[in-house]
Design a protein around this ligand. Structure first.
Ligand SMILES: Cc1ncc(COP(=O)(O)O)c(C=O)c1O
Length: 303
């Protein structure tokens, strides 16, 4: 099960996919990825892929910045992904990882190449996190547009996330929050951040070096449409975070993840906040195809 992957134009077994050790992406991290989820709805006997087109639009945008000219449209990428689900007979929650890479064994770290590759593999979605986490501000600053563009989901950019996350774990925390050079909150290692203060929701703007998360956008939509909560995209100075009534992180993998402590300072009551809980519940209904209003976010695989 799940052993079939898409690899450079063909569906093959994962074990048959071969990349040279001289491969440029393997050597320098020059490539782009996506992370997509599929949710199995038992009642409807349907697999729903969440915001598939938006993920592939972001992948093609990442590729554009990196001069990686993979020859696919968003529509074709969606069709390939649906086909991959069928070939693997996926009937459970799933995580999908597309990778756009340079398909050449050349050791000059540049982006102008003639051959590009695309692979898509899938894994059982078994990402287990605590119901709520403690976070710390990382001493690693977030990458920025003058170094590695944070709005591009580049493979190389994940070194920044890995350093911060690993530091957090090594220091007994669950998650790392980046600040910018100016000391504003950016995002967590692989998630966007929201803060509730005086009953209003805030999230850092793109200018504070975030990846423009699809979950972030979904939460902004739900908050505004269903809870009449206008989300303000505003720079958040580090110290403001400690005064928050609620904090939560958003991302494809963690969905909506409450943060109850930052730098050993209790956030709000130290319990999961009511707005966080409501948004989390709404999000989980939507992704699984249990909210008719948001079926437009979903690509059904079997019907
Ligand atoms: C750095 C970073 N920020 C935010 C996110 C959340 O983005 P999304 O909601 O599109 O998964 C991710 C996950 O891909 C990420 O790696």
């Amino acid at each position: 099960m799940l052993e079939n992957i898409y690899f450079n134009g063909r569906f093959i077994l994962e074990a048959e996919a071969k990349i040279s050790v001289k491969n440029k992406t393997f050597n320098y991290g020059l490539g782009a990825i996506e992370g997509i989820r599929g949710y199995w709805n038992v009642k409807k006997q349907e697999l729903f892929l969440f915001r598939l087109e938006d993920h592939y639009r972001r992948l093609l945008n990442s590729c554009k910045v990196l001069f990686i000219a993979i020859p696919y449209t968003v529509k074709e990428l969606c069709e390939i992904t649906v086909e991959l689900m069928k070939i693997n007979k996926v009937k459970r929650d799933i995580y999908i990882r597309p990778i756009a890479f340079i398909n050449l064994p050349s050791l000059r770290p540049d982006l102008f190449e003639t051959e590009y590759g695309l692979t898509i593999f899938i894994e059982e979605a078994t990402y287990v996190v605590k119901p709520a986490v403690n976070a710390m501000i990382s001493s690693w600053l977030r990458i920025e547009n003058s170094t590695i563009p944070p709005t591009v989901k580049s493979i190389g950019g994940y070194l920044n996330s890995a350093l911060a996350y690993s530091q957090a774990i090594a220091e007994g925390s669950d998650e790392a929050i980046f600040v910018t050079r100016e000391g504003n909150i950016s995002e967590a290692s692989t998630n966007n951040l929201f803060m509730l203060k005086n009953g209003e929701l805030y999230t850092p703007p793109l200018a504070d070096n975030i990846l423009e998360g699809i979950t972030r956008n979904t939460i902004m939509t739900i908050a505004e449409k269903d809870y009449s909560l206008q989300v303000k995209e505003m720079s958040i100075p580090r110290s403001e975070l400690y005064f928050a009534e609620e904090i939560f992180l958003t991302g494809t993998a963690v969905e909506v993840l409450p943060v109850i402590n930052v730098d050993k300072r209790t956030i709000g009551t130290g319990e999961i906040g009511p707005i966080t809980s409501q948004l989390q519940r709404s999000y989980l209904e939507i992704v699984r195809g249990e909210n008719v209003k948001y079926m437009g976010f979903l690509t059904p695989v079997y019907n």
